[in-house]
Design a protein around this ligand. Structure first.
Ligand code: ATP
Ligand code: MG
Length: 91
C-alpha cells in the first residue's frame, strides 16, 4: 500500500529524510516513531504530495508520489489529522 525506496528530502545542506525504505501493507496499522527532528513530518508531507521529494521513490497503492498525474488521486485517498496544521503546508 505504501512503499518507499531511498526516499530522501534535503532542505539546502540539511538532509531531513535520508534514504527511507518503508513498506506498509493494506490494512496495517503502522506507528511511525522517532526523536524530534528525525524527519517524520517531512516524510508525511512528501507522502501526501504537499512537498516535493529530493530523490528516491514513493508509491501509495498504484500511484507514484512526484507524478503530477497521480498527485490528485493520492490526495483524494489520504486522510490527515494533524496536531499542528502549519507543519503540513505545502511548498
Ligand atoms: N521547511 C523546512 N526547511 C528547513 N528545514 C526543515 C524544514 N522542515 C523540517 N526541517 C528540518 O528537517 C529535519 C526533520 O524535521 P521534521 O519536522 O520532519 O522532524 P520530525 O520527526 O517531524 O520532528 P518532531 O518530532 O519534532 O515533530 C529537522 O532538522 C528540521 O529542522
Ligand atoms: Mg513532526
Amino acid at each position: 500500500m505504501i512503499d518507499t525506496a531511498n526516499l530522501t528530502k534535503k532542505f539546502g545542506d540539511l538532509t531531513a529524510v535520508d534514504s527511507l525504505m518503508l513498506h506498509v501493507n493494506d490494512g496495517e496499522v503502522f506507528g511511525f516513531l522517532g526523536p524530534n527532528g528525525a524527519g517524520k513530518t517531512t516524510t508525511i508531507r512528501m507522502l501526501c504530495c504537499l512537498i516535493s521529494k529530493t530523490s528516491g521513490t514513493a508509491k501509495i497503492g498504484n500511484y507514484e508520489v512526484g507524478n503530477s498525474a497521480d498527485q490528485q488521486k493520492i490526495r483524494r485517498m489520504v486522510g490527515l489529522l494533524t496536531e499542528n496544521s502549519s507543519n503540513f503546508e505545502g511548498d
